[in-house]
Design a binder for this molecule. Structure first.
Ligand SMILES: *Cc1c(COP(=O)(O)O)cnc(C)c1O
Length: 374
């Protein structure tokens, strides 16, 4: 990712967010290469994890992706006109009662998560006198979405409840896949295979990003990566095989020297001690998704120099201890890496005591967004 292209961009914004669409396409290929036979979809819910689904989904289509998942019907309706007709859009939450006809009208395919959703979709198929496609989700150990064991038993005993429904895939979702040796993974795989045996034969889908790295037994016919496409590490505790996708550069708006004992920020939670320090105020705050938990914890970078966040995160600003950086390297208007080559998204997430997913989906809308590699 080139620095020079971005320095000049967004000169009036408090920060520049560079999103590398070529890196997303490369990550799609990296995941595909791990699949002996399965197809790779892309999960582009929540505005492609905050990166901009309107740009990201067409870039993934160009990379060969034809299956896209979103959470809400609304998200699918936004994307539908941007993707060619051979791209399929699947809605993870399924139809809210009364919205079934809108799915059909817009050519969007639901994931059916309950007997009630199966019933609603089947009723519309009967009314239209034709088969309607859908995913059927079974819960295998997350108790979030999908048919519970008792609902599955009802369906197994009365398969006519699926009349009119073209079962595109039977799916489930893993709860602990990023921890490779977690016993829940094998338990969910077993339950998924048992559930499939109770249902009419259909292709299957189980793995999210992390699930892909659990090996071919977890791949089935379609995998559903999200986070890994966007550069988040899919496997806990090992080097991240994915390419970094974003760089977030905050702009310095003021520099000051502070004497020992000087409190910095709300609540006076940090004081320069021992020696005078140089404080850089950067125009990014919690209103931009720079989480408040990063107060006195986060680290920004200028080249190889680490600049610790000192004091609390304000709504529109953070304060960094820039004492280590040569004075001429940092002046008002300079950019510092809040997420970059030295501090990838997972590192910032660790400092914030959260996960990369939450960092990405909180990325602010005051940033000058700069797409490269498209
Ligand atoms: C969000 C989601 C995914 C993608 O998960 P990642 O961990 O981001 O790869 C896949 N399947 C379902 C059902 C999801 O809700």
């Amino acid at each position: 990712m080139s620095t020079h292209a971005t320095i000049s961009a967004g000169g009036s914004a408090g920060a520049v967010l560079t999103i590398d669409l070529a890196a997303i396409a490369a990550n799609y290929q990296i995941l595909r290469e791990r699949l002996p036979t399965a197809t790779a979809s892309a999960v582009v819910k929540a505005d492609a994890y905050g990166l901009g689904a309107m740009k990201v989904a067409p870039a993934l289509y160009a990379a060969g992706c034809r299956h896209f998942f979103v959470a809400h019907l609304e998200e699918a309706l936004t994307l539908r006109p941007l993707l060619p007709t051979d791209a399929e859009l699947f809605v993870l939450h399924g139809p809210l009662p009364g919205t079934e006809a809108e799915f059909v009208a817009e050519g969007v395919i639901p994931v059916l998560n309950s007997l009630a959703q199966v019933q609603g979709w089947g009723a519309l198929a009967a009314a239209r006198g034709r088969m309607l496609p859908a995913f059927l989700q079974v819960d295998t150990g997350m108790a979030r979405l999908g048919l519970a064991a008792d609902e599955l038993a009802v369906l197994a005993a009365a398969p006519e409840r699926l009349a009119g429904i073209e079962l595109r895939y039977v799916m489930s979702h893993l709860a602990c896949a990023e921890v490779q040796d977690h016993p829940a993974n094998a338990a969910q795989l077993d339950r998924f295979n048992q559930a499939r045996a109770l249902l009419p034969p259909a292709p299957a889908s189980l793995a999210n990003s992390s699930g892909i790295f659990l090996g071919p037994a977890y791949h089935f016919d379609l995998v559903r990566p999200g986070a890994a496409l966007y550069g988040v590490a899919p496997v806990a505790g090992v080097a991240n095989p994915m390419r970094p996708v974003i760089r977030l550069q905050g702009r310095v708006i003021q520099l000051r020297g502070v004497a020992p004992g000087t409190p910095v920020g709300y609540g006076a939670t940090w004081r320069a001690d021992g020696s005078p320090r140089r404080i850089a105020t950067v125009a990014v705050g919690y209103a931009d998704g720079f989480l408040r938990s990063l107060g006195n914890r986060g680290t920004a970078y200028v080249d190889e120099w680490a600049l610790p966040v000192v004091g609390m995160v304000s709504m529109d600003t953070i304060t960094l201890d820039a004492s280590a950086v040569p004075a001429e390297r940092l002046t008002p208007g300079s950019l510092v890496d809040l997420i970059g080559p030295a501090n990838p998204v997972d590192m910032l997430a660790g400092e914030a005591q959260t996960i990369g997913y939450e960092i990405l989906t909180n990325l602010g809308h005051r940033y000058a967004r700069h797409y490269i590699g498209g």
